[in-house]
Design a protein around this ligand. Sequence first.
Ligand SMILES: Cc1cc2nc3c(=O)[nH]c(=O)nc-3n(C[C@H](O)[C@H](O)[C@H](O)COP(=O)(O)O)c2cc1C
Ligand SMILES: O=C(O)C(=O)c1ccccc1
Length: 389
Amino acid sequence: MADQQNPGPGPIRLAQAYAAGLMGQAPAIPFRIDALEARAEAAMGPAAFGYLRSAGSETTASANRAALDAMRLVPRMLRDVGERRLSCELFGRILPAPLLLAPIGVQELAHPEADLATARAAASRGIPMVFSNQASVAMEPCAAAMGDAPRWFQLYWTRSDALAESLVRRAEAAGCDAIVVTLDTTLLGWRPVDLDNGFLPFLKGQGIAQYVSDPVFRAMLARPPEEDMLAAAQLFTRLYSDPSLDWLRLRRIREWTRLPVVLKGIQHPADAARAADEGWDGIVVSNHGGRQVDGAVGAAGQLAACVDAVAGRARVLFDSGIRGGADVVKALALGADAVLLGRPYIWGLAAAGEQGVAAVIDNVIAELDLTLGLIGCDDVASLGWESLG
Ligand SMILES: Cc1cc2nc3c(=O)[nH]c(=O)nc-3n(C[C@H](O)[C@H](O)[C@H](O)COP(=O)(O)O)c2cc1C
Ligand SMILES: O=C(O)C(=O)c1ccccc1
């Protein structure tokens, strides 16, 4: 974090990166994001990588990038950016940067240490990890590996309210600061790549760790999941998820927890307005990285209108297409309070485990810091329209 004494992570990291290069050392992970993705592909193999990349025909994944690319920054000069502030406040916590790790399921596909490696990396940087409902490692051991570091929990509302309640109560007990309810995946999108590969991780018992450790879920099974994983996997597919969820039923979560509740997957400004009208604490403007509605509009193109609709009544987060620090600057300039990093940290995980995730976080923050300084802004909180062309 940049403060009075510390010039910030950007220049230090950059100097270190160049020094290593001058000494002929290869970086732990590639700095170029497409090279990092290629490294992950080589490490994961085609079917698992296909699932990670999966996004229909990729129309919307491309639109996510196009929307960010279409926005251009307009640098300002001579504005004394010798000290830059990256820190941001979210739900009572000061974070070192306006950055979180997006909930991503089935991380064992990327690395055997899976969510535990991600949890350690996130904790070492003080960047919140959002535990996925479809994690490979249950939230309790991940939380235990994180000390006091911030974490959130992402819920997929199942057909059983009792199970959803149990997950939320466990998240509170595991020290989560917020609950993210993902709204855009009550049905899993059409994913031809995975269908062609016959890739069904859940039926192999992958990505259902939150369930198999849950007392309410276990009570629904005739035999413990350790003895009959197939039955557990089949029960999961029957319970996941509930497309009949609506605004009224969503309110039940307020009876289960006092934690702030953030609605993930908002794309229409009218939904953003309704979330704020109904007193929800935050939204994530997101199209799930283009994995759900193939043909949906690029997420960054919806952000400003959603920010306007919320009008300061709820916190606004953003994901879908963020690949580096300059993208974070654009999202903040459009009015987001913070950004969730998605696939890039999984590429780091696949390439180099915990160190890979930490390096991706460091690189994003370093580029964020440098870009901020170079456009003449000394505080992420003061980024706004004047920085956009
Ligand atoms: C392999 C994979 C698994 C995901 N699993 C979840 C999940 O369990 N819960 C959730 O809310 N979002 C999930 N997401 C969506 C991410 O949270 C995030 O919205 C998305 O990755 C952002 O797009 P980007 O990766 O292109 O930046 C997943 C995304 C990927 C790529
Ligand atoms: O693959 C995904 O994008 C995702 O969110 C998900 C949904 C259900 C189970 C596992 C992951």
